[in-house]
Design a binder for this molecule. Sequence first.
Ligand code: DAH
Length: 346
Amino acid sequence: MANVFEKVGEIKERIIKAINDAKDLNALKLVQETELNKKSEFNGLMSHIRELLGEEKVKFGQMMNEARSAIQAALAKKDEELNNKLIEQKLASEKIDITLPGYNFKVGGINPFQLIIDEITDIFVSMGYEVKEGPDVETDYFNFERMNIPANHPAREMQDSFYITPTTLLRTHTSPAQAHAMDEKSGQPIKIICPGKCFRRDDDDVTHSHQFGQVEGLVVGKGINFGNLKATLELFLRKMFGEKREVRFRGSYFPFTEPSVEVDISCMECHGKGCPTCKGTGFIEILGAGMVHPNVLKMSGYDPNEYSGFAFGVGIERVAMLRYGVDDIRKFYQNDVRFIEQFTRK
Ligand code: DAH
């Protein structure tokens, strides 16, 4: 009868090994179905109890119970192990790796034309100026007449433009913004700048473009004098080009100002000694300015005996070229990413 006892031990070991070897829950289920069904070899062993007597019968019963418990325990343990493994695999496969670098969007730079407008605007806004914008398409009346440049005036020669109709044109300068501002404020004090585009029938070369930008400035009030003009422009130019810059005023002529000046800054390359950048003069011309002409005030409804003012016009590309060392004005308009990318806001 020792056989029956051995058999129980053997079968138990075999089943437990099969359980432990199961690679996944399906394999485990298969072991359970084949080895532990009603007709399985293990369950068949119970029939031997009839062949045993007395103590042996009891011992066999105990052995079968122990074997069943051991098998159940192995099954439960394996089942838990495989379930845990499955959860771990799921977690690993569904994990979001937040250390992955994000998508890279290529960001271009801001066109230096705009950077300079923003910088000039910041300086004047900090001095209490309002920002106005004028139309790109102007009437002859505003572009010339109101700027004290009547028909047949020789100053028109330098500012040929693109005409939309015989009396409307792409504005040749931002100065007509002065007349618009005076019309709008009708007799009240004014302190404005107007940045914008201008157009002229120039042949394009490294310093000329048929389209370019200017920032116009106008201050009108009671008792405004040339000292105010000088202090304002010196402050602006030193903020723009550095505290050490020397600023020089030269007498000049513009139809809409009297007296008129051209303003130069000391050359940033040679600091006034003279070099190819400043053509040996030590200075670089930067803007035009002057006291608003009495005719311009009168045409705009301001009494020149009561009111006075100053105005200035600065070329945006010229400032940008000097600030960034750009050698060709056409680069601002060619939309070449390699050029634009080099500039970013500070
Ligand atoms: N409008 C002038 C031009 O385009 C620039 C200018 C000069 C503007 C003197 C002004 C000024 O306001 O006072 O050449």
